[in-house]
Design a protein around this ligand. Sequence first.
Ligand SMILES: *Cc1c(COP(=O)(O)O)cnc(C)c1O
Length: 228
Amino acid sequence: MPVMNPQGPALQALLQAMDNAARGAERPAARLLAVSKTQPAQAVAALASLGQRAFGENYVAEAVAKIVALRELNLEWHLIGHLQSNKSREAAEHFDWVQSLDRPKLVDALSRHRADDGPPLNILIQVNPDGEAGKSGCAPEQIGELARMVDAAPRLRLRGLMAIPEPTPDFQQRRRTFRQLRAWFDQLREEFPAIDTLSMGMSEDYRLAIEEGATMVRVGSALFGPRT
Ligand SMILES: *Cc1c(COP(=O)(O)O)cnc(C)c1O
């Protein structure tokens, strides 16, 4: 039976738009993280059959069910939602990346629970770039300190930064925030030359983010349709 690929045209259009944004701004191509929260495992499998490898999830329990169900596909799984300390063991055991590390306590918890005999857990430090109250992410002044902790922790590999700008309708403001994030990323890379990932931009603003130097965009609804 042929695999149905309802997201096929959306994926092709998205990859094309990402390439155009990068080319127009004379930037290297960005990677696509397909955000599959609330989507069933079959939707992930359908997109995987089109060549998409990296998937992002917000909730540990929901993600683990899909990771286990799709084990044979060898996909790359990224945790992008807020991580509670009591979920860090499961996160360290099942994900390939955690993009939402935003406080010292998680460094030790993830490091301790990551298996010795496999690859290190890739880590992005989540920043709260616009100082929004009640939002996940560390303050910009804490980036360096957290990065040094991650870098020193066994079984963790520091890869860069992740952020969600304030969802304002003012896209000039979003652009300024993306530009500021790129500056913080470049500054961090002076101390840690091996970092390679700046994860920013979602369905509404991934083009802007790529123009301002995102190396990875996280796209859900533009790919799978609106979440119900
Ligand atoms: C849901 C989510 C996304 C994707 O959002 P869309 O607007 O559907 O593209 C990206 N990043 C994070 C952290 C999310 O929670």
